[in-house]
Design a protein around this ligand. Structure first.
Ligand code: S3P
Length: 194
């Protein structure tokens, strides 16, 4: 299968079921690792572990937004609306990507919705990893409270809809696809680093 990021093996082609997509080498010293994927895929948890393991700074776009605005993601959605949140998200992602220190970047689930963000991700000196799981799996893992107002009503339906819309977008930016179902965060970290 071909993508703008290179050749990506089909998920079902992988015999060992571990790393599903291309492994275009281990993480190079000079490149960021960017985690993308739907809510509940484990981006923040895996991001923290990877940052520790690689001795790198962690940029988590939701946390950056909350630190910069002094408000929670939920408050921003409620008071200003999603477009304002998306603009803050784009800013946070762009700032993380231009960091000259190779970092681990956990990009919130909706970051790929913007064409400009996708372009930035493709152009960045980064290994972009899609942490992938079916919506049915994510619904078991995800906490709908807190920073996830979009999951307040009917999380299974919302996640299914999000998967339909976003999976092609994650695929478009991904260098590597790692399936998270049935794996501990530690195992996901190992798969990312393979
Ligand atoms: C969102 C994902 C959330 C948060 C916001 C919107 C999305 O972040 O940015 O609730 O649209 O997928 P996580 O992916 O870290 O849960």
């Amino acid at each position: 299968m071909s993508s703008d990021r290179g050749t990506v093996s089909d998920v079902d082609d992988m015999a060992d079921g571990l790393v599903d997509g291309v492994v275009d080498g281990v993480v190079r010293d000079d490149q960021h690792v960017v985690l993308v994927g739907l809510m509940g895929a484990g981006k923040s948890t895996v991001g923290r572990m990877l940052a520790e393991r690689l001795h790198r700074p962690l940029y988590d776009s939701d946390q950056m937004i909350e630190a910069r605005t002094g408000r929670t993601v939920r408050e921003i959605f409620a008071n200003d609306g999603e477009p304002v949140f998306r603009a803050l998200e784009a800013e946070a992602l762009a700032d993380a990507l231009v960091s000259t220190t190779p970092s681990v970047i956990a990009a919130a689930g909706g970051a790929v919705l913007s064409e400009a963000n996708r372009r930035l991700l493709r152009a960045a000196n980064a290994k972009v990893v899609w942490l992938r799981a079916d919506p049915a799996v994510l619904v078991e893992r995800v906490q709908s409270a807190g920073h996830r107002p979009l999951l307040d009503d009917d999380p299974p339906a919302v996640l299914r809809q999000m998967a339909d819309t976003r999976e092609p977008l994650y695929r478009e930016v991904a260098d590597v696809i790692v399936t998270v179902a049935g794996r501990s965060p530690h195992e996901v970290v190992e798969a990312v680093l393979r």
